[in-house]
Ligand binder design. Structure first.
Ligand code: GLA
Length: 656
């Protein structure tokens, strides 16, 4: 199976999306010259070129792409070649309106933007397969080809009739009989029983709350339907070029795809990372996405897209201040990336993303942003050989599962204030601030390599996952779990006692009496080794033989346990305020024998070990000095480091 290394040639790949069909061909010469000067090693081509390659159904215009591929190759720039299937041409929607997705209320999602395809449409799939075949045939032997990039940010949902037929096939495969489906969905409630398969429809717009198990299965189905689109194109290119790796770019922490399942089908796992430069904790957000992607890849991975400056999809889009792009690029490398790419090379002058920054901005080659891009390119080529292919080792895993997220964020839940990614982020932040590097893992993965396993919030846990957690603790592991964990089984059926019995036994909880979500503006005071505020949620727990680590002090639950433990298993029934969560996790990590990468780091400084290198990254608002035992050499400047290193604002040190 080809890997990222086959594309990088043991260096860090640097570049971005290149959409030259927006420009006259004279511009291309300028582009390749500037790319070389910026140490660009690879560009991603063709992502949105479908209408250019296939201007009319079945026609092909490859001339421009032939010239482009040759030009890039002549200049030593590799190509990540995309199948253009994320944005079907207007003729498809016009001639075959059944390829267009429909919303929950049956309304058509029209062409005129992008990603307007129904993943279940046989017509769409046939056209997508045909153009993929032809691209693979034409460029499979091209010397510039480094990697295949299938589609782009798969993210469509569709509720049309074709989707309904496809959903039924998927359900029949899962349940075999309607009796089993009725049982799994609990259709005895509200007279929802299905007598025949034909009666089953996707969860469309309805009078009131829709069946949550149906909605959950529809999420699973949609992820699988999109994955079928990916694997169909992947199989076509892989058959023609078995030595060339294949990827598709994930959106970060995106709800629509079970990326654990998807990653297994890719040679290279890639992600698009767009932290908000105005977020004081953007560095932590980036670290979380990077940790997640590295864990999906189980090794080196690829930043397929990041912005050189401003994006254009927030309500206010500010550029990155000087140095921030470099900091975040090197942060990705520290956390395992072997490719640092951008959206896009040359900033558009027309179209919806003309205000989105690029490596070559409207300000041109002498512009500040382009000069910074050159610096990043130069530095990556300087340290690339030392890092490429090396690994980040973590002793801690955070458990994350899309199915649990989907099940937990249904209509009719206890609190609409509970937002799954925000809770995962809060727990990751606590460890990030404690200087501990974390992996992510699926609850059914083998966890035995970790000293500490953290479950921020897994409402749904399958029997296999529950057994896995119990076995992990029995085997000597330390487990800490957040609220509402293990409440539901795989069909979203609530477990008796409010939590799976095996887990209650693990944590020393006799019964979860009631859940007490906190209304907006309310917090709950807790007493522990140090008083803290619980946010978002509280639980009325009846312990069996657990030790109370912290108790609720205010409100209806005063005196009841807020945080409890039974030996190596900890349960946290609220979301402690950030400093308290960090303190708690530092204590638990310490007990588990997990040390921070570097002791006593100044606030805002991130330390990551990758291979035999130590990365220090300054996310603090000003310069800092970091004390270090021992002597190092700084790889980017070549200078010696003895005792301490000063990092400017947004500064980075890569220490050998
Ligand atoms: C996504 C897409 C790109 C572009 C960027 C803008 O990542 O893949 O085509 O739209 O967003 O940030």
């Amino acid at each position: 199976m080809p890997s990222l290394n086959d594309a990088t040639g043991s260096r860090v790949l640097f570049g971005g999306d290149y959409n030259p069909e927006q420009w006259p061909e004279e511009t291309w010469l300028d582009d390749v010259r500037l790319m070389r000067e910026a140490a660009v090693t690879s560009v991603t081509v063709g992502v949105f070129s479908w209408a250019r390659i296939e201007p009319r159904p079945g026609e092909r215009d490859f001339g421009w792409l032939d010239r482009l591929m040759d030009l890039l190759h002549q200049h030593g720039i590799g190509v990540v070649l995309a199948t253009p299937t994320a944005s079907p041409p207007a003729w498809m929607g016009s001639r075959h309106p059944e390829t267009l997705p429909r919303g929950e209320d049956g309304s058509v999602i029209w062409y005129g933007s992008r990603q307007h395809f129904c993943p279940s449409s046989p017509v769409y799939r046939a056209y997508a397969a045909a153009i993929t075949e032809d691209l693979a045939e034409r460029y499979g032997d091209h010397p510039a080809l480094r990697m295949w990039h299938v589609n782009n940010e798969y993210c469509t949902f569709c509720w049309c009739d074709e989707t309904a037929r496809h959903f039924r096939r998927w359900l029949r495969h899962r349940y075999t009989t309607t009796e089993a489906l009725n049982e799994a969905w609990g259709t005895a409630f509200w007279s929802q029983r299905y007598d025949t398969w034909d009666e089953v429809i996707p969860p469309r717009k309805a009078q009131y709350l829709r069946n949550p198990s149906c909605t959950l299965d529809f999420r699973r189905f949609t992820s699988d339907a999109l994955l079928e689109c990916f694997t169909a194109e992947r199989d076509i290119v892989a058959a023609r070029t078995p030595h060339i790796p294949v990827t598709t770019n994930f959106m970060p922490f995106w709800t629509g795809q079970d990326a654990w399942a998807w990653a297994r089908e890719e040679d290279v796992v890639s992600v698009d990372v767009y932290p908000d430069p105005t977020d004081p904790l953007a560095g932590q957000y980036g670290a979380m996405i990077q940790d997640m992607t590295r864990s999906q890849a189980r090794g080196p991975w690829m930043v397929m897209e990041q912005a050189a400056g401003a994006v254009n999809f927030r309500s206010v889009n500010v550029p990155k201040p000087r140095g921030l792009g470099r900091l975040w690029s090197l942060q990705s490398v520290a956390r395992g990336a072997d490719a640092v790419c951008h959206f896009q090379w040359r900033q558009s002058r027309q179209g919806s993303e003309k205000f989105h920054s690029a490596m070559l901005p409207h300000a041109g080659e002498h512009g500040r942003v382009h000069q910074e891009i050159r610096q990043i390119g130069a530095e990556l080529s300087r340290c690339g050989e030392r890092v490429a292919g090396t690994h980040v080792v973590s002793q801690v895993a955070i458990l994350h599962d899309w199915e649990s997220w989907w099940a937990g964020e249904q209509e009719g839940r206890l609190s609409a204030r509970v937002h799954y990614p925000a809770i995962v982020r809060a727990w990751h932040r606590a460890l990030w601030e404690a200087g501990v590097t974390t992996d992510f893992a699926h609850p059914e993965h083998d966890l035995s390599a970790y000293r500490l396993v953290v479950v921020p919030h897994l409402y749904l846990l399958t029997d296999t996952a529950v057994d896995n957690l119990v076995a992990y603790v029995r085997g000597g592991g330390v487990l800490v779990s957040g609220f509402l964990t293990g409440a539901a089984d795989r069909d979203d059926r609530i477990r008796p006692g409010g939590m799976d019995e095996r887990l209650r036994d693990l944590f020393g909880i006799r019964m979860v009496q009631e859940r007490w979500p906190l209304p907006e503006g309310e917090e709950v005071a807790c007493d522990g080794p140090r008083p803290f505020r619980g946010t978002l949620w509280a639980e009325e727990l009846e312990p069996s033989d657990a030790e109370t680590v912290a108790a609720y002090r205010s409100g209806e639950l005063a005196g009841l346990p807020a945080v409890l433990r039974r030996g190596r298993a900890w349960y946290v029934s609220t979301l402690p305020e950030p400093a308290a969560l960090s303190e708690l996790l530092t204590r638990i990590a310490d007990e588990a024998g997990v040390r921070p990468v570097v002791e006593d780091l100044p606030p805002g400084v991130e330390a990551v070990r990758r291979g035999d290198l130590l990365f220090l990254l300054n996310h603090a608002p000003g310069p800092v000095t970091v004390g270090l035992p021992g002597q190092y050499r700084e790889l980017l400047t070549g200078g010696p480091v003895d005792g301490s290193v000063r990092l400017e604002r947004h500064g980075v040190a890569v220490l050998a």
